[in-house]
Design a binder for this molecule. Structure first.
Ligand code: PLP
Length: 579
């Protein structure tokens, strides 16, 4: 029999449609009443328009500490039903799953790949097990309200921007923000005001932004009588550099400006004393975390946390519904619930990864020719760096990041998280084992032994790349440029024109050219360098970057000076030719 009361702490309410968005069920049909039951949480937790509590210092409750996972329980219970199913997906709880995929991931996975059945609640109007799971996550992560996301932090960032900025409002962002922030500008119509982060050319790595930089641009915009919808900060960066969120919050909250933090790489920050303090703890209003990065949920599953009273929670919910699939995967959702339970069950789980990462950094630092990124690589007073992120450079061995990474992968089967022109980054997590870090240290020692003698020099290789981030000129907003008619030109002909696409090496997903910006020689040189080193170029219609899409409203004759610049690129692709 169908177990309607799949989740015991909740009460059942009749008359709710089986699947969301289907309209009200007819209460005149007895069978339909029996099927159209949703399991509703006994605790009412209606979405307030504004919060009055600061959830930032909430401690995990006794319930959360017990570590039960309501969504997991509900899926288990539904999967145990002896029922004839006439619902989607067509694999029918695994009975018709594609054999090759079943063999790969196991048939039980399909048993739990379920649609929004009554007992499984509704992501966009949660009243039962999803509400309960989200509430437990909010308690553990210290927020006032938490949303589960099935389209990664990408949709959390997009929804946060759309919920805080109306078209024409300014969004203050670091120039090294993730590509999803730019897509949020296109979707919302907000106008970017960039802050250029400190850039270390020796590492080819940008840091965070500072409260004084934020203060300066907020004042500039105030003087120009521009409306600031929000400030968005990426903290930590992909390399683990944290900005002073508390200081930025102080600057913004004085003026009633909400602070959004892209904490995609910092979902673990609340779970060890050696980690930097989380953005929620520092008073940020909307915090987006890729639970699937350092923590253990399935790829694509993320969380959005809200605190404070500057953001309308209902608007965030509406934006999330607009941006996410109407068929959210329960495998993804339950993986968020399970990850929360995993963390609440074992408060000490990060002890071992933290001590391994610190030890490993220490051992790497003393290897000849090897440097490890830390806060001293930056002049700004960034408050913290994630201890679990290990970024090393072998430039003193005359090796680029790509060359070092190739050596470690080919000779020692070390798979890194991120590679750049100068550095390679490794992410330590709950699954890292001692033999993994020993192997990493051993392989870097081998790299040093081989190239220290071979290249015979210990002076740092000059980095020819200049920052791709600081010299930009904006002609159109990303949204204006995105919707303009485009034309394709060869890369040599693009110099000085308005870029019509977002061009971005991936990883790390930091855009070098944004729609509406003028194509510069620096940006092209940088992009060609990364492309030639085998890094995928995302966003560009032509991934090989032989051509670029422009948003110049009409084709203009180029002034003579630009022709001369063009010749500098002629050797790269033969003679320039417009398409
Ligand atoms: C800094 C940053 N923000 C946001 C994102 C988007 O996260 P997701 O992949 O969960 O959508 C990423 C992904 O790599 C990222 O590095």
């Amino acid at each position: 029999m169908v177990s309607l009361a799949a989740y015991s702490p909740c009460s059942t309410v009749a008359g709710v449609p089986k699947n969301k968005g289907n309209g009200a069920a007819s209460s005149t049909h007895k069978e339909s009443i029996m099927r159209h039951v949703v399991v509703q949480c006994a605790t009412s937790w209606d979405t307030p328009r504004t919060s009055t509590t600061n959830g930032s210092h909430a401690e995990p409750s006794a319930v959360v500490k017990a570590g039960t996972a309501p969504l997991i329980q509900a899926l288990k219970s539904t999967a145990n039903q002896d029922v004839s199913c006439f619902h989607f997906p067509g694999h029918n709880r695994g009975k018709a799953s594609p054999p090759s995929l079943s063999e790969l991931i196991g048939s039980r996975t399909f048993l739990h790949d379920l649609p929004e059945l009554p007992e499984l609640d509704d992501l966009f109007s949660p009243k039962g097990v999803i509400l309960d799971a989200q509430k437990r996550a909010a308690e553990l992560f210290g927020s006032f309200k938490t949303w589960f996301l099935v389209n990664g932090s990408t949709c959390g960032i997009q929804a946060s921007v759309m919920a805080t900025c109306s078209p024409g409002d300014y969004l203050i962002i670091p120039r090294n923000c993730h590509i999803s922030v730019i897509s949020a500008l296109v979707l919302s119509g907000a106008v970017p005001k960039y802050i250029v982060p400190e850039y270390n050319s020796g590492w080819d790595i940008a840091g965070g932004i500072t409260p004084s930089q934020v203060d300066k641009v907020v004042k500039e915009l105030e003087e120009d009588r521009k409306k600031v919808g929000a400030v968005l900060v990426t903290s930590p960066t992909y390399h683990g550099i944290c900005s002073n969120i508390q200081g930025i919050v102080n600057v913004c909250h004085l003026r009633g400006i909400p602070v959004i933090v892209d904490e995609a790489h910092g979902a673990h920050f609340r779970f060890h004393r050696n980690f930097p303090s989380s953005a929620t703890e520092q008073g940020a209003n909307l915090v987006v975390q890729s639970t699937h990065k350092v923590l253990c949920s399935l790829t694509q599953s993320s969380m959005l946390h809200m605190a404070g009273d500057l953001v309308d929670a209902d608007k965030v919910s509406q934006c999330l519904q607009l941006l996410q699939s109407s068929s959210p995967s329960y495998l993804l959702l339950s993986s968020l619930d399970a990850t929360r339970a995993q963390l609440s069950e074992n408060a000490e789980s990060f002890d071992e990864p933290v001590s391994m990462a610190l030890e490993t950094k220490h051992q790497l630092r003393i290897i000849p020719g090897i440097s490890v990124l830390d806060l001293s690589s930056f002049l700004s007073d960034f408050p913290a760096i994630d201890p679990l992120r290990i970024t090393l450079s072998a430039s003193d061995l005359q090796l680029s990041g790509y060359e070092a990474d190739d050596f470690l992968a080919e000779e020692h089967q070390i798979v890194s998280e991120l590679v750049g022109t100068q550095a390679v980054t490794f992410a330590v997590n709950l699954g890292t084992r001692r033999h993994d870090v020993q192997r990493l240290v051993h392989s870097v020692k081998h790299l040093s032994e081989k190239y220290f003698s071979e290249n015979g020099s210990s002076s740092r290789k000059e980095n020819p790349a200049s920052s791709p981030l600081d010299k930009f000129s904006i002609k159109l907003t990303p949204r204006e440029a995105f919707f303009l008619k485009k034309r394709r030109v060869s890369i040599e002909d693009s110099l000085g024109e308005i870029c019509g696409e977002l061009i971005c090496p991936y990883p790390p997903g930091i855009p070098v050219l944004i729609p509406g910006e003028i194509v510069t020689q620096d940006s092209l040189s940088y992009l060609m360098d990364v492309r030639d080193n085998g890094i995928a170029i995302s966003g560009a219609a032509d991934g090989e970057l032989k051509s670029i899409m422009l948003s110049s409203p009409e084709r203009k004759r180029k002034p003579q000076s630009e022709h001369s610049i063009r010749y500098k690129f002629a050797h790269l692709h033969g003679s320039p030719e417009a398409c």
